[in-house]
Design a protein around this ligand. Sequence first.
Ligand code: AMP
Ligand code: GLY
Length: 424
Amino acid sequence: MNILLIGNGGREHAIAWKIADSQRLTKLWIAPGNAGTEAFGENLNGLVIEDPDAVVQTASQLAIDLVIIGPEGPLGLGVADRLRDEGFSVFGPNARAAEIETSKTFANDLMSKYGVDTADSKTFDSYEDAKSYVTDLDGPCVVKANGLAAGKGVTVCDSSAQAVKAINESMQLRNFGAAGDKIVIEERMYGWETSAHAFTDGITVRHMPFSCDHKPVFDNNVGPNTGGMGVYSPPPQLESEIQDVIETQITETLVKALGAENRVYQGVIYPGIMLTDSGPRVVEVNARFGDPETEVLLPRLETDFIDIAVGVATSTLKDVEIKWSNQSTIGVMLTSAGYPGHYEVGHQIYGLGDIDPNIQVFISGANRDSNGHMITTGGRVLCVTGSATTLEEARSLVYENIERITFKGAHFRKDIGSSITKPE
Ligand code: AMP
Ligand code: GLY
């Protein structure tokens, strides 16, 4: 099969790496791709992946049999819709279904209608109203940009003063652009978090193993939230009864709810869950694979990824058996100095040749220069991933190896997977 993979992060490197194992692959193109994906196919640096017409045109020219869409941006802009309209098989939801991620207001309304437990929330498009609401609240809350903000549009607040500052940054200073003109103010929940991923064709739901991301930039969950600093799977502290509750009462209910609302969902659905004293509650729902979750989930996948993707895209997922290894896997992100704020790029990366053969390095933000040197281009630069029989062994392997990779200002958290009883 000819496959077009859309995206340029560690997630897409991991997908390309997995697809390359498949007997069914004829040729892979990655748009725009990065220095990691180019080992498995041809990068299409010039394709504007937010432009549905351009993607359709390229897919036609290359006689693509299956398009896999990684990031939420193109999903929200209707790239999957246009491709489906033209008869392409697509892994990734249409824009109306992807609203489960692209509009927090839509997601909250849907969950409230179908009885999925999430934080109480209120939406505001007036700065003054939002400000007086949190002032009256006089306590902890969470301020979220309503639209997409690359994982950075959320401020967890202890006090109303902090909330007023966050509202100001979103609505007056417009730090997240148009995505933050409307905001959602949520009840603050307490607990630890896990990522629940599933493949679905809108009817059949195949759950993936659970994983735990670490969002804050510094050890012990200090500092601002990032797209994710490191992840492990499976979380040994997650009891199987709770897993069942999440899978049936949250993920499957969401897929049915979207179908009932005429927003049939084909792709990966990923609810972020908080395990609270009153049970699992939804923090947010994503319309795609998590990053860095993908970098630990796909090394554990034993089934041909193309079989699954075709099952999702052609509504035949019920015929696909999916197997996972019971290894423990950890991924730790190496990031640029300053991330998630303003960060430096353009630094050469050293030590990639010194990595053990059983360790994967997934590239998130790096490209090769004209001399073939690997150069940083993003805030999150790469994810070092390793697997072993126990989480502890996997952890030691990854930390031994990550020390060998250097670039100016490189930062990583030292505590990924170390406080597994209460990761958040
Ligand atoms: P999100 O981008 O919505 O996943 O939010 C980023 C992070 O903010 C989450 O992973 C949580 O750690 C935190 N967060 C979001 N919403 C809430 C909430 N209602 N209560 C407590 N923490 C939250
Ligand atoms: N790991 C968080 C995300 O992908 O949203």
